[in-house]
Design a protein around this ligand. Structure first.
Ligand SMILES: Cc1cc2nc3c(=O)[nH]c(=O)nc-3n(C[C@H](O)[C@H](O)[C@H](O)COP(=O)(O)OP(=O)(O)OC[C@H]3O[C@@H](n4cnc5c(N)ncnc54)[C@H](O)[C@@H]3O)c2cc1C
Length: 394
């Protein structure tokens, strides 16, 4: 019987013939040689955090979790070289211990660095591309076992970083990193209509700006993260304690809110209002960049569909999505998240040569049919003109 594999969400599963965990490039070459002899397909998997079938196979599934070392930190050049299976979380910890940090991150840090780069994982920020924009060099093992090195001056470099796991196996990565920096994190609820009028300014004036629009309400919640140029002292211990406490309460509250709204969907508008009321004063705190950028405050699973669209199309698309939710009678218990990114050169990136806004539609619960219906309806709106559509592959 084949071993079963499923992703983080549990919405995608497959039965690979075998799951292997090589601990060196030599082992990896042997796996590929065996697969060639047996005429089996090979897929590589990171942390399994993709919502899509990107990591699924009925052949050999290669997990790189044992190839997870930092190979070299070059402070002068501002680069760190790593094996492909290191998680963003471990890399952040390592860099922090050495007074360095990645420039940007997405919402979580459980992914492997190579899984995140292969799928153009992104955070938010007017001047930030996807995490792939931090790559300066990478090595790719082809199906033949040959390892090819790509640097930025190689014309195909921009074709191989974001590769959806379909071009070979990333075996080594060198990324740009910067000295440790602090971010101030300010969060505030706001009426959605007012917020939409201010979007352009808010995006331009802040290093990292994003917001959540809450279906069934007229309210949103924004987040501004800005680099602190002034000398930073760590938050006093009592503030850190209160901050940790409020994050724990909010994480548990999120979990409880998720359970209530899944079980009793009619409570969604009420629960959202309670959440606004308890967060009226917003938040103002500061911390090291990696502790602010990643929104790790989630203790339940959910599904997400995300599209990158031109910034000029964002407001109309958001209006249409709210209208569609109303017309279809959907009960949506998680916010619509709106993030921003600069253009970049990676051929397969949704950001290829276009500044974009990412709109993502989230919903928890185990009725995948309902989730799919919501996402298919939203997709009709987000696809826009065929030439403009760019799904986020995750
Ligand atoms: C809760 C949650 C929050 C998320 N937040 C964000 C976010 O803020 N922004 C965002 O953009 N995305 C986000 N994602 C999506 C996630 O970042 C991507 O799906 C990412 O690819 C997952 O990394 P992984 O290590 O789990 O890769 P996997 O899911 O295991 O694999 C993803 C793809 O990468 C390929 N791959 C993995 N390793 C290699 C390798 N060494 N060489 C070549 N290909 C490889 C796989 O074959 C597969 O095609 C989120 C996902 C979850 C579950």
């Amino acid at each position: 019987m084949s071993p079963a594999w499923s992703n983080w969400r549990g919405n995608v599963s497959c039965n690979p013939k075998s799951i292997v965990e090589p601990s060196s490039n030599e082992d990896l070459k042997k796996v590929l040689a065996m697969a060639r002899t047996e005429k089996m397909k090979v897929k590589v998997v990171g942390s399994g955090h993709s919502w899509s079938e990107a990591a699924c196979t009925d052949g050999v599934l290669v997990s790189l979790k044992r190839l997870n070392r930092v190979i070299e930190l070059d402070r002068e050049r501002g680069t760190v070289t790593v094996e492909p299976g290191i998680t963003l979380n471990s890399l952040n910890q390592y860099l922090d211990q050495h007074g360095m940090a990645l420039e940007n991150l997405g919402a979580i840090t459980k992914q492997t660095i190579s899984g995140a780069i292969a799928m153009a994982t992104h955070g938010t920020g007017d001047k930030n591309g996807s995490l792939a924009s931090a790559v300066v060099e990478l090595e790719l093992m082809k199906a033949s076992g040959e390892v090819v090195r790509y640097q930025q001056d190689n014309p195909t470099f921009y074709g191989v970083c974001v590769n959806l796991g379909a071009l070979g196996i990333i075996t080594k990565l060198t990324l740009r990193c910067v000295p440790t920096f602090f971010l101030r994190d300010i969060q505030q609820p706001m009426l959605t209509d007012l917020l939409r009028k201010e979007i352009d300014t808010l995006v331009k004036e802040n290093d990292h700006f994003q917001f959540f629009e809450f279906p069934h309400t007229s309210r949103s919640y924004w987040f501004k993260f800005n680099k602190m140029d002034e000398p930073v002292t760590p938050m006093p211990l009592w503030r850190q304690f209160l901050d940790d406490l409020s994050r724990t309460i909010s994480r548990e509250g999120n979990g409880i809110g998720d359970w209530i709204t899944r079980t009793f969907p009619f409570t969604i508008p009420l629960i959202f209002r309670v959440a606004f009321f308890t967060n009226l004063r917003g938040l103002n705190r500061w911390d090291k960049s990696f502790k602010i950028l990643a929104f790790e405050n989630i203790n339940f699973t959910y599904s997400e569909l995300e599209y990158a669209i031109p910034r000029s199309a964002a407001i109309k698309a958001l209006e249409q999505i709210h209208q569609m939710i109303k017309n279809q009678g959907f009960r949506i218990n998680l916010p619509i998240s709106v993030r921003f990114a600069s253009s970049e050169e990676h051929w397969l990136s949704p950001l290829y040569q276009r500044e974009s806004v990412y709109i993502s539609l989230n919903l928890s619960g185990s009725d995948f049919k309902v989730i799919e219906n919501y996402h298919r309806e939203a997709e009709q709106i987000l696809i826009l003109k065929r030439s403009l559509k760019r799904p986020d592959f995750f």
